[in-house]
Design a protein around this ligand. Structure first.
Ligand SMILES: [Zn+2]
Length: 288
């Protein structure tokens, strides 16, 4: 077995997953770091196509050679487009159709679907359709930042490998998280200009604007979940999410969440549209 720098319990769980020489038809790798999830997903895909009876991946067979060189025709990696924040519906539909094509060389066809936090509910429901009626040769390997970003109906169809919480210090420091946190605080301030002040840096930097909106979506989501006392929190500004949750109604929180999501979609969809911090401030104010 390839050595991963993972703790003993996860290693045991991984061993259990691959014990009978065959993976269950769908596995979800959640938690940990993005890099580790990707590594483990690749490992499981390579494990699946290897023809050896003894140790997989054997690194000797033709399937292993091809999977190592990243040219195996039966391993499929499905990722969202790099220029998009979320998976596109038409890409998911095309993927789902491709699932029913039989494998070329191996007996099993591993389909790796990355990072379900980037797939909205509609997309995950499309995915659910194929998880419910998978072809016999398919083996789905899904990854997600957390189990909580995956629909319960999808969760019920997969074997789970949870890597636990990632150490998040480096992300705490990031600029977009800090700005999003100050904007979230400013929403509660009586001074109208506080949101504009907190978001003044954004006009110069579209990528930063998009990142900040993404963090805001997470903060509003967490605040909303907290007010329902449900779900795991995933934003990096927990204090701000708690404060919003304590001061605003569920309806206001929902309006904030919708506003930030809509603006995020706009900024991602239309790269050239100039989104101004002033309009962000106005829309957030209007939501509450
Ligand atoms: Zn092999």
């Amino acid at each position: 077995m390839i050595m991963f720098n993972i703790d003993k319990n996860i290693e045991k769980a991984l061993d259990a997953l691959t014990l009978k020489g065959r993976l269950s038809h769908a596995v979800l790798i959640s938690g940990g770091s993005c890099q580790l999830r990707e590594k483990l997903a690749l490992y499981l895909a390579r494990f699946t196509v290897c023809g050896s009876e003894i140790e997989k991946p054997c690194e000797k067979c033709e399937d292993c050679r091809k999977s190592r060189d990243n040219v195996h025709p039966d391993i499929y990696f499905f990722k969202k487009r790099s220029d998009r924040r979320y998976y596109r519906k038409e890409d998911i539909q095309a993927f789902c159709e491709g699932v029913y094509r039989t494998p070329n060389e191996a007996n099993v066809k591993p389909l790796v679907i990355y990072e379900l936090q980037d797939m909205n509910e509609e997309g995950q429901n499309l995915l659910l359709g194929i998880l419910e009626e998978p072809p016999s040769y398919s083996s789905f390997i899904l990854t997600a930042s957390s189990k909580n970003v995956v629909l319960p109906t999808v969760l019920s169809r997969v074997t789970k490998l949870d890597l636990g919480q990632e150490r998040a210090e480096h992300k705490m420091e990031s600029r977009s998280v800090k700005i999003a946190g100050s904007i979230a605080q400013a929403i509660l301030s009586p001074d109208e200009f506080d949101i504009i002040k907190a978001s003044s840096e954004l006009d110069k930097n579209k990528q930063l604007f998009s990142d900040v909106l993404y963090e805001l979506v997470l903060i509003f989501r967490d605040a909303l979940l907290k007010s329902y006392e449900r779900g795991e929190r995933i934003s990096f500004a927990q204090q701000e999410a708690n404060d919003l949750s304590a001061s605003l109604t569920k309806k206001q929180l929902m309006a904030l969440y919708d506003t930030a999501s809509r603006m995020l979609e706009q900024i991602d969809f239309n790269k050239n549209k100039l989104l101004m911090s002033a309009s962000l401030a106005a829309e957030l104010r209007q939501a509450v």
